[in-house]
Write a protein that binds this ligand. Structure first.
Ligand SMILES: Nc1nc2c(ncn2[C@@H]2O[C@H](COP(=O)(O)OP(=O)(O)OP(=O)(O)O)[C@@H](O)[C@H]2O)c(=O)[nH]1
Length: 881
């Protein structure tokens, strides 16, 4: 018999809960242990038939009216009108006492008095046995109530007057067990026992409905939310008992509270129980128990932050963490109980157990988002923010120096220039802000954090040297960021300077000068001789005009960190480039994981300011920790808000760290491809020599097809650098290293940035793997390799160990820990592992053909003489196209 379907799959198909299906299966004498149990075709078919049959039958629900009296009411599966019966029922049936935490439930109330009034028990009519005959749809022919005295007699009656009592469609809540579950269970079982006896005396009476409402073992079943939480209640108590003084207990208690808060009806039941104590339980049970209807999806909600620990998720769903982990493994996610999974993964896995995941958490947006968008009339032009990039020694520092010295604001002349990583210069045509940090860090690091502060890049290329490695790198970084480039051809004063050669070389990289029909602005300069500097600045401003850079200075200040450090005397200080609004001394702010209050604002001349507006680079003091370059600096209402945001971010960061995930991997690319979302595979290719680099790029480019495209966002020779990692991180790229290795520091950065680096030393292997990735075939196939066979000659029962087989190896060999299958007359009886392998009394690693040995099978004792143990190995094999 082959296992085709799992219980949970079938329950999904039938649209009922696992619990209900398990009842149904048990009713059919199909023994299943949990929602993960497998069903054969026949069993599945039987279950379907039974379900179809049952779904046409009216079900019976039990409810305890008062101590010793339980009402059994037969109800239609057909949806009944709600309002009318509700009113009638409530008015007519005062004896039922709904709990204080629950509104009176009409369907409960209605039949009660009728049932109570029924003095004479009678056997149900044929209608109970042939439910198909029951006419559906009308309110008048609905329920049949049965009153049972717990003390003995079973009374099931199809009294017409009762039948007329209207029924309200039971809500999802109604099916959820309440406190005092155990009591009820006992009582129900007791009743059943007695009923069986009395039935024997009277007439044969099938009671399929009774089965439906019997309670499953919550530990084994997939729980509906309510039982889950009831068990959480218990768990909480036992936890509190066990770990009274531990933090975990508090944490768990908090989670339980959280779970309850997300399901207010639970809180009600808990409260009710508290007030009423044990006596109140009976009343709680008067809530109708309808188990034939799956619990509403809305009730099965789990609210989580960015990520959640497996243990917490399992607890919130009221299932065992092991079950959750098993399902995760099934999805290919390896996680331990203490690891966190992100909200998306949690959503998928929770869906398997019938729960929805809702992302919640403190929403900082409420505090950060501007109340209203900037109006056009509020926007004022702002200076461009420029980054100077280029190859080593091509003159970046010299150029910035000459610009700064000759263009500092007159008022500031004489001031001592501070190194704050950014400078504000004034030219006759306008103001420009220069970022004086290594280009890549200046914006690639920021971009990796989702920030972009640079409006323009000045690419410095020495006229005597031409385009070099870092020139290319700078071009790629700028292109990836979508920032326009102005080229400064430097050192034109030098002998051997050939600006045209630079133009030609840059044109090959897509930077075609305007005079050649392109759109890149070129300026010939000499930083040393101060030639062409003003023209360069003019061109920069011209280009900036095209960009129409504007910002609203009259709002709360927002900016980004350019650089930050810990100062001995002043604590954490950072250069902030204000991008919009104005910051003031005394403002509370949040920045990355940190918060603070602005204690001092200094400009690049070291002058104290009271405030700073858009595109102003300033040094800010007052941070509670050192932020990272690229972190967003936002002024908030007050320090309390700032702290709250910072705390929330720190919490999320912790969860993210726990959920450790690589930003982008080939496997992820594959997964994404399955959903047809990602069609571009971004690569950064670094190789040892130019020759191999060209060969690799050629080969990779040839792989690009209509459906999946390869985008080499950067390539170069030499070691993998931090800037490569930052670029890859910012562009969701994978780094390909050919005959190159990263330094330990770069490795650290890659780890921090969660960038995947793949190393190769053979081109065709590199190409093949990328090809595999692109064709979605990288997932390895599992291949079986035969190891050997042994025949069982004798079996021994060893106490506490189980059956041990004395075998003779007849082919190949037996290897300890190998996978094995037990064959009896050529039929596989068992597949698993060898758990011991001995020669005489010694444990051995393997036994060759022709030798005898003793062996045991893991968790299997039914070994017989003559059985064959076949050992094999499973090896992963990469698939090829
Ligand atoms: N002849 C000439 N030499 C220049 C010019 N600009 C810079 N240099 C020289 O080139 C050398 C390198 O200049 P830097 O400004 O340090 O170059 P850099 O690009 O900042 O170098 P790194 O900071 O190492 O990346 C220095 O010796 C400068 O004097 C120029 O326009 N003409």
């Amino acid at each position: 018999m082959t296992t085709k379907m799992r219980v949970r799959e079938l329950s999904g198909e039938l649209g009922i809960s696992n619990k209900e299906l398990i009842h149904l299966l048990r009713k059919l004498n199909i023994n299943v242990k949990s929602h993960m149990s497998g069903l054969t075709d026949e069993e599945t078919e039987m279950a379907r038939k039974e379900f179809n049959k049952a779904s046409h039958e009216p079900s019976i629900e039990d409810k305890r009216v008062r101590s010793g009296v339980i009402v059994r009411r037969k109800k239609k599966p057909v949806r009944q009108p709600k309002a009318e019966p509700a009113d009638t029922a409530v008015q007519e049936e005062p004896p039922v006492q709904p709990t204080s935490s629950q509104s009176p439930t009409p369907s409960t109330a209605a039949p009660v008095s009728d049932a109570d009034d029924e003095a004479t028990p009678s056997i149900p009519t044929a209608e109970t046995e042939q439910p198909e005959d029951a006419a559906p749809e009308t309110a008048t022919d609905a329920p049949r109530d049965v009153t049972e005295e717990v003390t003995g007699e079973v009374t099931e009656d199809a009294d017409a007057s009762v039948a007329k009592a209207p029924v309200q469609e039971p809500s999802g809540e109604a099916s959820q067990p309440e406190s005092g579950e155990d009591d009820e269970k006992k009582a129900t079982e007791k009743k059943r026992g007695k009923r069986k006896k009395s039935k024997k005396k009277k007439a044969p009476q099938p009671a399929p409905q009774v089965k439906i409402i019997s309670r499953p073992d919550p530990a084994k079943e997939q729980p509906a939310p309510q039982p889950a939480s009831t068990s959480q209640d218990k768990k909480k108590k036992s936890f509190k008992k066990k770990h009274r003084r531990t933090v975990e207990a508090d944490e768990l208690y908090r989670k339980v509270r959280q779970a309850e808060t997300s399901r207010p009806e639970l809180v009600g039941s808990r409260k009710g129980r508290g007030k009423r104590g044990r006596r109140g339980r009976d009343q709680v049970q008067t809530k109708p128990m309808v188990t034939t209807q799956p619990i509403k999806a809305a009730k099965r909600k789990i609210r989580i932050d960015e990520a959640i620990r497996i243990a917490d998720l399992a607890q919130q769903m009221g299932i065992k963490a092991q079950d959750l982990i098993k399902n995760l493994i099934g999805m290919g996610v390896m996680a331990t109980i203490n690891q966190s999974i992100d909200a998306d993964t949690a959503a998928i896995i929770a869906a398997d157990f019938g729960y929805d995941v809702e992302k919640i958490g403190f929403s900082e947006k409420e505090f950060l988002a501007p109340v209203h968008e900037d109006k056009e009339e509020d926007l004022r032009p702002r200076p461009p923010v420029v980054t100077i990039m280029g190859h080593v020694d091509h003159g970046k520092t010299s150029l910035l120096d000459v610009i700064r010295k000759s263009h500092i604001t007159s008022g500031e002349a004489g001031g001592i220039t501070q190194h704050i990583g950014a400078y504000h210069v004034t030219t006759p045509r306008g103001e420009i802000v220069f970022l004086d940090t290594p280009g890549h860090e200046a914006f690639t690091a920021m971009r990796a954090r989702g920030a972009q502060v640079t409006d323009l890049v000045i690419l410095v290329v020495a006229a005597d040297d031409g385009v070099m490695d870092q020139t290319r790198e700078a071009i790629n970084h700028s292109k990836a960021a979508g920032v326009p480039i102005v080229v400064a051809v430097n050192k034109i004063d030098k002998e051997g300077a050939d600006p045209d050669r630079v133009k030609r070389e840059l044109a090959e990289h897509g930077l075609v000068p305007e005079e050649w029909g392109g759109d890149t602005i070129f300026a010939n300069v000499s930083a040393k001789k101060k030639i062409g500097i003003d023209e360069l600045l003019e061109l920069v401003l011209l280009q900036a005009e095209v960009l129409e850079l504007k910002a609203n200075p009259n709002r709360r200040g927002v900016g980004h960190i350019v650089e930050a450090r810990l100062d001995k005397g002043r604590g954490a200080v950072a250069t902030v480039l204000i991008q919009a609004g104005t910051i003031h001394k005394g403002d509370a702010f949040t920045c990355g994981l940190h918060a603070g209050k602005i204690r001092a604002i200094l400009n690049d001349q070291g002058k104290m300011l009271k405030e700073a507006g858009p595109a102003m680079p300033v040094e800010v003091q007052g941070f509670d920790g050192v932020p990272d370059a690229g972190d967003e600096f936002v002024v908030v209402a007050d320090e309390k808000v700032a702290r709250k945001i910072s705390d929330s971010r720190k919490g999320k960061q912790r969860e993210k760290e726990l959920a450790k995930e690589t930003k982008f991997t080939l496997d992820k690319f594959l997964a994404a491809k399955a959903g047809e979302k990602v069609k571009v595979l971004n690569l950064v290719v670094k190789s040892d020599v130019q020759g191999s680099q060209e060969a690799i790029i050629d080969a990779l480019n040839k792989l690009s097809g209509d459906e999946v495209r390869i985008e080499i966002i950067h390539s170069g020779t030499g070691a993998i650098t931090e800037s490569d990692i930052l670029l890859a991180s910012a562009s969701n790229a994978i780094i390909i290293g050919f005959n190159v290795r990263p330094t330990a520091k770069v490795k650290d950065v890659a780890e921090q940035e969660k960038v995947e680096i793949r190393f190769y030393n053979i081109i065709y292997k590199l190409v093949a793997e990328i090809k595999d990735a692109m064709s979605g075939m990288l997932a390895p196939t599992i291949k079986e390799v035969y190891i050997g066979q042994a025949e069982v000659r004798q079996t021994f029962n060893v106490p506490k160990v189980g059956t041990v087989a004395g075998c003779a190896v007849i082919d190949g060999k037996l290897v300890r820990n190998a996978m094995v299958r037990l064959l009896r007359d050529g039929v596989v009886i068992y597949t698993g592992k060898l758990n011991s392998l001995k020669r005489f009394k010694d444990d051995v690693r393997e036994v060759q053909k022709g030798f005898e040995c003793g062996t045991g099978l893991e968790r299997f004792n039914d070994i017989k003489e003559g059985d064959i143990i076949e050992a094999f190995e499973e090896v992963e094999e990469k698939r090829t196209l």
